[in-house]
Design a protein around this ligand. Sequence first.
Ligand code: DO4
Ligand code: MG
Length: 282
Amino acid sequence: MKLYKTKQGAILHNDKGYYSINVEWDALINNDNLYHLIYLLAEGQEPLKEADVLTILENDIEAPIGQQEVWAAGVTYLRSRDARKEESKDSGGASMYDKVYDADRPELFFKSLPHRVAGHNQHVNIRKDSTWNVPEPELTLFINSSGNIQAYTIGNDMSSRSIEGENTLYLPQAKIYERSAAIGPCLYIPEKPISDKTMIEMVIKRSGNEVFRDSVSISRMKRSLNELVIYLYAECDFKNGCFLMTGTCIVPPNDFTLNEKDEVSISIDNIGTLTNHIAIRL
Ligand code: DO4
Ligand code: MG
């Protein structure tokens, strides 16, 4: 099942059609059995007219977030470790990435407050003081306040590789700024945890032409999703639940940097596609 947050409220899509769910977003999603709850809320309701819903989904989708914080895991794939070692070799930070890749404790960092998060078809920013900017396509978890993974979405962990590479202590500036995170287009709420055969694909277009495409399976992740959640929840309470981006395995070549107006589309099996346009703040 997919749950969309739109300007007209929450819309559920299951194999029988689209249904309107009339409950406040945070109260709705912070549930211990979200799959069964929304199944029950849709039961007995008339499905919405598909043509109307498709117009709403085309124009009015919001990021599927309320009051939640967004966190991120780093260096969870070999590809990310190697790219980071390369970018920080001149600043002396490279060995950090080997250490964290092999350590018991994962790298977890705060990524965003909800007001800085973009949704599907909205813009994300690159920093004016950064010369090397990339999107990071990441499977993203919605974990409820009890620490259970209830849903999955697509995340874009926008990153400045020039700032991160200059000094590892600059990580918060490389990662946290206005519209440096996107999530969406919906929450995917399966009955069982998603398969590790799930594929992530990213396509970048410039002036309508494809300039980058790559895809990977989440089975290449070094750590389990539950392990990341256990560390995140060890000493933090999240009263509305939280989102956790689980790290990237797709890194464009070193001579690639995003330009204003590029279009980034990230697709994950069963969830859909999150598209964002690249912008620079005035
Ligand atoms: O250590 C820096 C950030 C890592 C990251 O964002 C990732 O691996 O996805
Ligand atoms: Mg990342």
